[in-house]
Design a protein around this ligand. Structure first.
Ligand SMILES: Nc1nc2c(ncn2[C@@H]2O[C@H](COP(=O)(O)OP(=O)(O)OP(=O)(O)O)[C@@H](O)[C@H]2O)c(=O)[nH]1
Ligand SMILES: [Mg+2]
Length: 609
């Protein structure tokens, strides 16, 4: 067995927001892969528009730096639990990992998830306690908790022997001992060179596992992955071995390696390196590219199962086809199925209705990002309320359960425990820091979390943070009765006006501004009572005399509560839909007229009898 001492391959893993992408900023900037005057900004790897807007990493990505003559291939991964599939997809490329832990938050459920994965893959871990610049950091305690996590998860004794660094990714410093004055990130680079094993290489014909796909309008499909054996060069013949064992023959067009944000075109790449190759049009993630001399498949990438599903249907609202470029069933279906190529933890299937498809993902955010991505591409469609995915195991109905961590203030404990109690949550831990800050940990069925986020931020006035990570499947805990109030539904089509909206505000909150086009059955607000009511928000005041007309001018509406896409899908009930177009997000009743809805209620009452 040989080693490539000129390369190290590492994945950066952590809970959401613990500073992975910021640490990569420091590594890129200090290894001088940019021109001196180049403006690179922050969160350099988060290049996707949605990543920049949300300030989170959604997709795992590769980059590389050179330090003291050694190329370090770096894989940035998302920390949000909904994108765990991205971590699963890429860790096999690495030999080591940097496990980042926030110096205040400490290990979180997703820290445990990613560390378990790294241990199973046999990666050499380096612990980086990050954000040591933060006031109130509790570094010693966080380190102790991290050590406990290793004791719980390590598979072999040598995994317990991990180096620890202390860093401020934002300031671009790392030190090996607490109290040392840091000046740069060099101690981290040194530690990677020393502790992460160089890639082992087997001699023999070319073999590489495809871990990612990219597209280029000129070059076509780009397959990205680590070379496990042999070398690859332009014009080499290769076989792409698919999931069913079948092989397709191709000729490699070009070979690239990574440096900073650039792809470097190379004449040859060797085992141990991470490369991007072009010239293959039907390759999928998980396929093995191999020399025709010895076309053996590497083990396929294992991806966890989805836990949440929702339907995507062709838009059936009265405004259908007005705002989108792609509005037909055929276009929607093709787009959803195309997503499966790169979004590995997503599942899509046809349903009994030819206009509706079922999409399954790792959480509401996973599906919301898909919705937002395709709506920006010009698609128009409608989606249903997300549902937790249940299944039958050994004759028992089981459902997904998550660990929910809430960081809040003392004053909200009572209201949160009450809200969560109704959602079948069990409090498993409660810690108070003695300064009014408290961390609550619950086990809660996934179905109990749907519709919870909005209620949570309202109840805690936006002052608390919640994080949920999949725990396990458990026997079904029974149904949860929706506690949401009824809605205010428009009773006719037209333009909403101040007078009509003011009447609606007498009944509850409204979601729309005056001047918004509405249709019958569109949801324009939330009732303050449990029942839905139809209300005419287009109604103008009868101007019988001048004084009355003047008093209309004086109406001051409370500003509407405008729901974001994620809030909208979290809000709706089973008999409602979210209509998504490139220009608008509208909520609606599935049955648009009040007569239809009343008929539906009376027929369901009859069937109960
Ligand atoms: N004070 C302080 N803040 C930091 C430090 N490192 C990162 N941050 C901040 O923490 C936030 C999250 O940083 P990111 O680098 O996006 O975290 P991440 O781990 O990549 O997040 P995800 O990819 O979404 O999981 C940003 O606001 C950073 O500026 C640090 O060392 N000190
Ligand atoms: Mg990130």
């Amino acid at each position: 067995m040989n080693y490539r001492s000129d390369i190290r391959n590492i994945a950066i893993i952590a809970h959401v927001d613990h500073g992975k992408t910021t640490l990569i900023d420091a590594m890129l900037k200090q290894s001088k892969v940019f021109r001196n005057n180049q403006l690179v900004g922050e969160l350099i790897m988060d290049q996707n528009a949605l990543e920049r807007e949300k300030g989170i990493t959604i997709m795992a990505k590769n980059t590389a730096v050179v330090y003291r003559g050694v190329k370090i291939n770096i894989i940035d991964t998302p920390g949000h639990a909904d994108f765990s599939g991205e971590v699963e997809r890429v860790v096999s490329m690495a030999d080591g990992c940097l496990l980042l832990v926030d110096s205040i938050e400490g290990p979180m459920p997703q820290t445990k998830f990613v560390l378990r994965l790294a241990m199973e893959m046999g990666l050499k871990p380096i612990v980086v306690i990050n954000k040591i610049d933060r006031r109130n950091s509790r570094i010693a305690e966080v380190l102790k908790l991290t050590e406990d996590l290793f004791l719980e998860l390590a598979i072999s004794a040598d995994q317990l022997d991990f180096p620890v660094l202390y860093a401020s990714a934002r300031e671009g410093i790392a030190v090996t001992e607490l109290g040392m004055k840091g000046k740069d990130i060099a101690p981290l680079f040194e530690c990677i060179l020393e502790k992460v094993p160089p890639p082992k290489i087997e001699s023999g014909p070319f073999q590489m596992l495809v871990s990612n796909l990219d597209y280029d309008s000129h070059k076509g499909k780009i397959a990205i992955g680590r070379i496990w054996r042999g070398t690859v060069a332009p014009h080499d013949p290769v076989v792409s071995v698919g999931a069913d064992g079948s092989g397709a023959h191709y000729e490699i067009s070009e070979v690239f390696t990574y440096l900073g944000l650039k792809h470097l075109k190379v004449e040859k790449a060797e085992a141990g390196d991470i490369v991007a190759v072009t010239g293959l049009d039907k390759v999928n993630i998980g396929d093995t590219l191999a020399s025709p001399e010895q076309p053996e498949a590497l083990p396929r990438i294992e991806i966890g199962e989805p836990t949440v599903e929702m339907t995507f249907g062709v838009n059936t609202s009265p405004f259908a086809g007005r705002e989108g470029r792609f509005c037909t069933t055929r276009q929607l279906r093709a787009r959803l199925y195309r997503e499966l190529e790169t979004n590995l933890s997503l599942r899509v299937q046809d349903t009994d209705s030819p206009d509706t498809f079922l999409a399954k993902g790792r959480g509401e955010l996973h599906l919301a990002i898909l919705i937002e991505t395709i709506r920006r591409e010009g698609y128009e469609f409608e989606v249903s309320r997300p549902e937790a995915i249940t299944k039958i195991v050994d004759g028992t109905l089981v459902e997904p359960v998550e660990v929910l961590t809430i960081d809040t203030k003392d004053e909200y404990i009572a209201v949160l425990t009450e809200m969560l109690g109704k959602r079948q949550a069990q409090l498993t831990d409660m810690r108070n820091d003695g300064h009014d800050n408290v961390r609550l940990v619950f086990h809660v069925p996934t179905k109990g979390l749907i519709g919870f986020r909005n209620a949570f931020s309202t109840a805690t006035r936006g002052e608390s943070i919640m994080n949920a990570t999949f725990l396990s499947y458990e026997p079904y805990h029974g149904d949860i009765i929706s506690t949401r109030n009824g809605v205010l539904a428009a009773s006719e089509q037209g333009i909403a006006v101040t007078y009509g909206l003011n009447n609606a505000q007498g009944r509850g909150f409204t979601f729309i501004e005056p001047g918004t086009l509405v249709y019958e059955g569109m949801i324009v607000g939330l009732n303050s009572r449990p029942k839905d009511i139809a209300i005419n928000v287009c109604k103008e005041k009868k101007k019988t005399n001048i004084r009355a007309a003047r008093s209309d001018i004086a109406i001051r509406l409370t500003p509407p509560v405008q729901l974001s896409l994620e809030q909208a899908i979290d809000f709706i009930n089973n008999d409602e839909l979210v209509e998504v177009t490139p220009g608008n997000i509208r909520l609606r009743k599935k049955l648009l007229t009040q007569a239809q809805r009343l008929r539906d209620i009376s027929s369901s009452m009859r069937s109960v009898k």
